[in-house]
Design a protein around this ligand. Structure first.
Ligand code: 1CP
Length: 352
């Protein structure tokens, strides 16, 4: 947490890099899932409180957001919340089951289910109060260190709603968009509006950048993505496009969708570890800033393999207008936090 009083988080090297501005500073780094189960201090403060309850307790959500920034010295916080928090705030019955993930009590599968989704409006804005409060507390503590806000993209969030919980292939969701595209559009539009409101609330409360997670979009072809999904992700990103914050877009196993996802209105593309960063940069045309993509596997190797991967990722990122270092996906819960702290120090010791 940078102590210099005049510095603004929106001018931090990490945020400038996400915008594609070249910066003379050591590499910037944060980690997806940097908050959470890999940290003993997280397990301690979460004790006895359910995941979604903690997301709606502003002081606790703020504390959990700050923990990895303090411990690891990463260059940004990622707001502690979840992609299904907005659905809970809109009144759907959803829980996060430990060791499993989000589970909806009543899966949304028929036209009648979709018609019965609660309307979004002033009540939604009111329900977002704990989110605004948590972000406000967090940015006040972070000072010059930026906070990244986030939300889930319509396909990934809808996949939990339709399947009822985590799934491998999202078959029912993909079947719905093929069999009844009109019903799918109404569901995806509802999620897009809700996620967009959640994201906008975070930026208005002080987040300096955003990330749109479409974690499971890799199960779609480019053709299906373009026909059924892209415009809904675009609607989410357009909810903050007037607010002058960089917009990162990330999917797992989505290398074949980089151009299409960028075209949904992202300023910056997150890349997972399945594609070399220089190849992703080339596919994107060489003028899009990128984020990524250290293979999380090296969190479980010795230093030599880990540092070699970090150097390789920095070298591969050099062909982009700018590059922010991250993992290729989230921090696994079994990661030794000391390894993350050491990796941040290693990256900060490299020259830009
Ligand atoms: O540091 C951070 O990144 C914390 C904030 C955060 C974010 C950005 C959490 C807390 N969740 C998310 C996003 C999220 N949630 C995504 C997109 C990112 C990704 O791909 O990892 C997804 C797919 C979810 C859904 C979800 N929530 C899962 C995955 C289930 C599956 O389908 O495999 C799980 C396990 C959760 C619970 C959850 N969310 C966050 C935490 C810390 C946890 C674990 C809860 C616990 O402590 O038991």
């Amino acid at each position: 947490m940078d102590a210099s009083p005049a510095a603004r988080p929106s001018d931090a090297p990490l945020v400038r890099r996400l915008r594609g501005e070249s910066v003379d500073a050591p590499p910037s780094v944060w980690f997806m899932r940097q908050a959470g189960r890999s940290l003993p201090e997280y397990r301690a403060v979460r004790e006895g409180t359910s995941m979604l309850e903690s997301c709606l307790m502003p002081a606790l959500a703020s504390e959990i957001t700050l923990q990895p920034v303090r411990r690891h010295g990463v260059d940004a916080g990622i707001f502690f919340s979840d992609i299904v928090v907005p659905a809970k705030l809109a009144g759907l019955e959803v829980e996060i089951v430990p060791g499993r993930g989000p589970v909806f009590a009543s899966p949304i599968r028929t036209r009648a289910d979709i018609d019965a989704l609660p309307p979004l409006g002033d009540a939604t804005e009111e329900a977002l109060a704990p989110i605004r409060e948590a972000v406000g507390l967090t940015v006040a503590e972070l000072g010059a260190t930026p906070l990244i806000g986030f939300c889930g993209a319509p396909f990934t969030v809808a996949s939990y709603m339709v399947e009822g919980g985590p799934s491998r292939d999202h078959l029912r969701t993909r079947a719905l968009m093929r069999e009844d595209p009109e019903a799918w559009d109404r569901l995806a539009s509802w999620v897009a509006e809700l996620s967009g409101r959640f994201l906008r609330a975070q930026v208005l409360a002080g987040a300096s950048a955003v990330q749109l997670f479409d974690s499971w979009v890799g199960s779609l072809s480019a053709e299906v993505y373009t026909r059924h999904v892209q415009r809904h992700s675009a609607a989410v990103l357009s909810a903050v496009s007037d607010l002058d914050v960089p917009r990162i877009h990330f999917g797992v196993g989505a290398s074949h969708l980089l151009r299409e996802m960028h075209a949904a209105g992202a300023t910056t593309m997150g890349v997972d570890h399945r594609m070399p960063l220089d190849e992703a940069i080339r596919i994107l045309g060489g003028d899009v800033p990128v984020q990524g993509n250290i293979d999380p596997a090296v969190l479980f190797t010795g230093e030599d393999a880990r540092y070699a991967e970090a150097r390789a990722v920095l070298a591969a990122g050099a062909s982009a207008p700018e590059h922010v270092v991250n993992l290729g996906h989230g921090v696994p819960p079994e990661t030794d936090p000391a390894v993350l702290t050491d990796l941040v120090a290693f990256l900060h010791a490299q020259s830009a």
